[in-house]
Design a binder for this molecule. Structure first.
Ligand SMILES: Cc1cc2nc3c(=O)[nH]c(=O)nc-3n(C[C@H](O)[C@H](O)[C@H](O)COP(=O)(O)OP(=O)(O)OC[C@H]3O[C@@H](n4cnc5c(N)ncnc54)[C@H](O)[C@@H]3O)c2cc1C
Length: 489
């Protein structure tokens, strides 16, 4: 058996784990970082993200930040319990502290700490700006680091490597269980190295920053349901996130938080091998399932605010498959190519019948669907792809609320689409220092969670806040864990 010790043991090498590790080191702690992936693939989801932050400047989150979190809270929380949320954390009843919910105090902490985290990341040489993304126009403000999440991983990991006296990386090392001492304090991690070799890491505190369970089909089927077989992680990094951090914490008595049955859904081309091969032009055309039938409103509002709900509808279709169908009118949209990141060309044909054959869809049904849609389109021609233009179908179910124009002009094109899983929502409850809270509303001594392990989202993702969550909770966890590590006990 191999044994190693440090003050703080960090599981995961994405934005959350690296933020925790570097912050703990800045506070004087010795740190061990466990990473399941090999060196070349370190960094989990963070490695592949463009890493947009919901900010209006480097010093302030977007104007709609708190409002969107409140709107996306989901469910019908008990107002009799929520009324105590106005109290500070220590004076809240245990039943509230352990409640799975979008905690307004936590959202306020996120909003307050995000600019500080951004400034801290800049100190490692990362530059932020308002960068182009795959939405032609947006309903909020987003900034991102130049070079995306990979730049964050390289900057933080590079800085950590320079502190080799203090920080040690253990690649291809997967955490499996927590070690608890007789007082109930978490004091280490049981892991395995290559060849199923057992390794124990001992420390005064453990930070679980090992992502969600998007790479674990068993947990996905358990929590999301049978359609989970048709979804896949949106990028390679997600395959490394198999939920052990969440499982370990729950087994230690952590209170669950976040929507376990849900995840951040993105519409992608199933044929594409690239990461995040999104197909986000569909609001200018039609969505049909493999039976050739429409099933949802393709244009309820701006696509950046509605694609998640539409993607869930795609997941619910037979075999979790849909097609975005267009005529030549797609080319009226300037720069529509920016909204499709799949590099596999669409099916293209001179007639709908030929297109249906390429799609593997019944031609008569597709023709009937398009004919019914065309007949329901308004005659007005005030098409405006940059904002909801009110061109809605009439007497058609489901309605298309905007950008409804008949599909008549060849060539006809279709992209296949499935629902992909960016990251899962279910995690554990933490306080405002990222300490894991148990079902009794108390902090579990020595145990911290950061990033996707922290349950925050319900129903709909408040976009461009997950990397921010990782950096903020990582920094909070690292600072507090280092203080524990230096404590006399
Ligand atoms: C393509 C893409 C685009 C995205 N775009 C955005 C965006 O624009 N804005 C935004 O805010 N969010 C975005 N996200 C989501 C965001 O990137 C992630 O939610 C965030 O980076 C997660 O950070 P993390 O540190 O919690 O997890 P990760 O970055 O996934 O890191 C988890 C780490 O833990 C390791 N690990 C897992 N299990 C174990 C184990 N048992 N033992 C040891 N190590 C383990 C993994 O290998 C990995 O290194 C995007 C994600 C993707 C994939």
């Amino acid at each position: 058996m191999e044994n190693y010790s440090a003050d703080v043991v960090v599981v995961g090498c994405g934005i959350a784990g690296l933020s925790a590790a570097m912050t703990a080191a800045e506070h004087g702690a010795r740190v061990a970082i466990l990473e399941r992936a090999p060196f070349d693939e370190r960094g989990g989801n963070t490695r592949y993200t463009e890493s947009f932050w919901r900010m209006k400047s480097e010093t302030a989150v977007s104007d709609d930040f708190e409002e969107r979190f409140a709107a996306n809270a989901g469910g019908y929380p008990d107002p009799g319990i929520l009324q105590d949320a106005v109290r500070d954390w220590d004076n809240q009843p245990a039943v509230l502290r352990s409640l799975g919910m979008v905690d307004p105090g936590f959202v306020a902490t996120l909003a307050e700490e995000a600019p500080k985290a951004l400034g801290w990341l800049k100190s490692f040489g990362v530059k932020f700006d308002f960068l182009p993304l795959y939405f032609l126009s947006q309903s909020t403000t987003r900034m991102g680091p130049i070079g995306g999440g990979l730049a964050l991983v390289e900057a933080l990991a590079g800085a950590a490597e320079k502190l080799s006296e203090q920080i040690t990386f253990y690649y291809e090392t997967a955490a499996r269980d927590l070690i608890t001492d007789d007082s109930g304090r978490i004091c280490g991690i049981k892991a395995i190295g290559k060849g199923n070799r057992p390794i124990h890491f001992h420390g005064q505190a453990v930070v679980l920053a090992s992502g969600g369970f998007e790479g674990n089909p068993e947990m996905l089927s358990h929590y999301v349901g049978a359609q989970a077989q048709f979804i896949r992680p949106v990028a390679r990094g997600g395959h490394y996130n198999r939920g052990e951090g969440i499982r370990m914490a729950l087994a230690a008595g952590a209170a669950p938080c976040g929507d376990f049955g849900s995840f951040h859904a993105q519409p992608v081309d199933p044929r594409a091998a690239d990461w995040e091969p999104v197909v986000l032009n569909y609001s200018y055309g039609l969505l049909v399932n493999r039976n050739g039938r429409r099933f949802t409103d393709e244009g309820p509002a701006m696509v950046d605010a509605t694609y998640e709900a539409v993607t869930r509808e795609i997941m619910a279709q037979p075999e979790g498959l849909a097609f975005a169908v267009f005529d030549a009118g797609l080319d009226d949209v300037d720069n529509w190519q920016a909204t499709v990141r799949s590099r596999v060309p669409p099916h293209e044909a001179a007639s709908l019948a030929e297109l249906a054959a390429l799609m593997g869809v019944d031609g008569d049904q597709l023709a009937a669907t398009v004919a019914a849609f065309n007949a329901a389109c308004p005659s007005a021609a005030d098409f405006d792809p940059m904002q909801p233009d009110g061109l809605a179908t009439v007497d058609l179910e489901p309605r298309k609320s905007n950008w409804a124009r008949p599909l008549v002009q060849p060539p006809f094109r279709a992209w296949p689409m499935i629902c992909s899983n960016c990251f899962t929502f279910g995690g554990v409850k933490v306080d405002y220092n990222a300490r894991v809270i148990n079902a009794e509303g108390d902090a579990i001594p020595g145990l911290y969670a950061a990033g996707e392990v922290v349950g925050l989202y319900y129903r709909t993702y408040t976009g461009a806040t997950s990397v921010m969550r990782g950096a903020v909770t990582g920094r909070l966890a690292g600072a507090d864990a280092a203080r524990q590590g230096n404590a006399p006990n």
